[in-house]
Design a protein around this ligand. Sequence first.
Ligand code: URA
Length: 207
Amino acid sequence: MDPLQELNREIQSCKRCDLFFSRRRAVCGTGDPKPQLMIIGEAPGAREDETGIPFVGRSGRLLREVMGMAGLDINTVYISNAVRCRPKIGKSPRISEIRKCSNFLRSEISILNPQILVPMGNSPLRSLRSVLGIDFGPISEVEGIIFSLGNIFIAPQYHPAAILRNPKRYERFKDNFSRLREFVDDVRRMDSGEIEKNYRIRHISGA
Ligand code: URA
C-alpha cells in the first residue's frame, strides 16, 4: 500500500489517547500528495469531526478566503493538523494529546517532504517541538517570521480561529498569506543565495 494511505489507516484506527472515545471520525490530512507547502492546524472542530475532512468549518472558510485572495491554490498544498481527533468541546488539545499525535505529523512530513511548513497557532508549534526538536516559543512571538532548518522553511501564522476572535488581526493575516505566496513562488525559482538576499530568514538548527 502507498505509505500515505497506510499512515491514514493508522490515524483512523488510533486509540493512543482518550480522544478516541468521543470522536466520530479521526481526521487525516488532505491535499496534494507532492506539496511544496504544508499547512498545519490545531485539531478538528465539530464539522471536521462529522465529515472527516480538515478545515471545513468557519476557520476553514477564512483560511480558504485568504489563500484565494493571495492566489495560493488550495489544491497544491497539503492541509493537516497537530491533533487528529476533536478535543473536548471548547478546549485546545492537551500537551499529552499533542505529543501522542506528533508521530503522525513526523511521518506525514517525511512522506510528503514539503519545502515549506506553515504551523498555524500554538498547538502545531508544540507538535513541531516534538517532531523537529525546536522550541519556537509562542505564536505571538514568531508569527510572520520565516525560519530555515536544513532544507525546510517554517513560516508560523496565527490560527484562523484567532483571527475570528480578534478581527483586528485580519489585515496582517491576509498580508502574511500574500507574502507567503510570493515566497512559495520564489523558493521554486530562486537559488538559496537569492532567497537569502530577498528575505530575512532566521536560521535554526535541530536537536
Ligand atoms: N481548526 C483546525 O485547526 N483544524 C481543522 O481541521 C479545523 C479547524
